[in-house]
Design a protein around this ligand. Structure first.
Ligand code: ADP
Ligand code: MG
Length: 385
């Protein structure tokens, strides 16, 4: 559905003219679970996105509906302590509430949401929703919001309203995405730079999401804090690989494994950025493969479906490397491709995956796209020409 069609759907539901704001999903090329450890990540925004049609109201009520989910929900900006709305609406309420708390004076709004991001697949439909809504709510009152602030508001909504203590990566990528560039972010300083990527990637959706995902996510976070505390630090960012190797034999086994993943994953991100900058795809591929092994064996957040998918992908000609991507316990894997890979590649992976798991997977060859923006109405141009 394009922006014009979403505006028409908005008109039928709420009446009136809306503006449309678009925020993309993301795929993480490398640097998994390093964001909340003050480490390095290398995500890229993808071509799938969430659009929000928005129009201001004269009161302070936010009314929201989604074409992807049932229900229409409403909350009042003047009641910031109201109970949390059910289901998906909590993300909208979270963003509105936190923007106000941050000092943005919003107005009421009607919002109609529509997304083509596979939802719950680890491509961050939740961050795209938060970023699109935050951008829409500020823009329709004429307020400017700093990009990093917008990402942080989304992250806080995820913490406080969805109960997932995620890092900044997903919202950051949705805000700052750039065509044909990955985004190298230092999650401690928030310094970042764009890294041109000409490689092709295939996103391989296992179509599985194990229930424990959110609980294990928060548990990993606590385990990493304990691992840092072993070194007398609050963050694994302050622990060097040398320190770790010197004393790891004294660490409890869980903390040791978690720390090893985070410390070496940070190095893999740095090595990947270096490799991409000099066009050394073979080295980038080695980092990707090693990342999967580490997530599976040390961080222990893979699952059978992800392992089967990664191995099936790696067996195909034209696939240079593959790893799970995202939070883990399901969702997507990503395969790095040779330039002239066969069109049958998804079918070949699907056949092996389905045979071993009984699940029909999905594949997306996604271009790396731009970040959040308002979609301009092209209807006027069409009338002119
Ligand atoms: P992911 O971010 O990997 O897609 P999450 O479980 O973090 O998975 O977020 C998915 C949730 O975000 C959905 O269950 C829903 O509550 C909310 N959400 C995402 N996209 C939309 C949308 N287009 N409309 C309404 N809610 C959405
Ligand atoms: Mg999410």
């Amino acid at each position: 559905m394009n922006a014009g069609q979403l505006k028409e759907a908005f008109f039928s539901r709420f009446g009136g003219e809306a503006r449309v704001f678009r925020a993309p999903g993301r795929v993480n090329l490398i640097g998994e679970h390093t964001d909340y450890n003050d480490g390095f990540v290398l995500p890229a925004a993808i071509g799938f996105a969430t659009n929000v049609a928005a129009a201001g109201r004269n009161d302070r009520k936010i009314r929201a509906a989604s074409l992807n989910f049932a229900g229409e929900y409403e909350f009042d900006l003047d009641q910031p302590n109201a109970s949390i709305l059910p289901g998906w609406a909590r993300y909208v309420q979270g963003v509105g509430t936190i923007l106000e708390r941050e000092g943005f004076r919003l107005g009421g709004a009607d919002l109609l949401i529509n997304s083509d991001i596979p939802i719950g697949a680890g491509l961050s439909s939740s961050a795209a929703l938060e970023v699109a809504v935050g951008f829409a709510l500020t823009r329709i009152v004429g307020a400017e919001i700093d990009g990093m602030k917008l990402a942080q508001v989304g992250q806080r909504a995820e913490h406080e309203f969805a109960g997932v203590r995620s890092g900044i990566m997903d919202q950051f990528a949705s805000v700052f995405g750039r065509d044909e560039n990955a985004l190298f972010l230092d999650c401690r300083s928030l310094d970042w730079s764009a890294v041109p990527v000409s490689s092709r990637f295939l996103i391989c959706n296992t179509k599985t999401k194990h229930e424990l995902a959110d609980g294990e996510y928060n548990r990993r976070r606590a385990e990493c804090e304990r691992a840092a505390a072993f070194f007398g630090k609050t963050s694994l960012r302050d622990v060097s690989i040398e320190d770790f190797e010197r004393s790891r034999s004294q660490m409890p086994v869980i903390e040791q494994k978690r720390a090893r993943h985070i410390l070496y994953e940070n190095r893999r991100v740095l090595d990947s950025v270096q490799a991409l900058r000099v066009g050394d795809i073979a080295s980038f591929a080695r980092q990707i493969d090693a990342s999967h092994e580490s997530l599976r064996d040390d961080f222990q957040i893979s699952c059978r479906e992800l392992d089967v998918m990664v191995e099936a992908a790696r067996r195909q000609p034209g696939v240079l490397a593959a790893r799970m991507t995202g939070g883990g316990f399901g969702g997507c894997a990503i395969a790095l491709l040779e330039d002239d890979v066969s069109l049958d590649l998804p079918d070949a992976i699907a056949m092996e995956y389905k045979e071993e798991t009984g699940i029909e997977p999905e594949f997306y060859e996604c271009r790396i796209g731009g970040g959040v923006r308002e979609l301009q109405d092209r209807r006027r141009d069409i009338i002119k020409s």
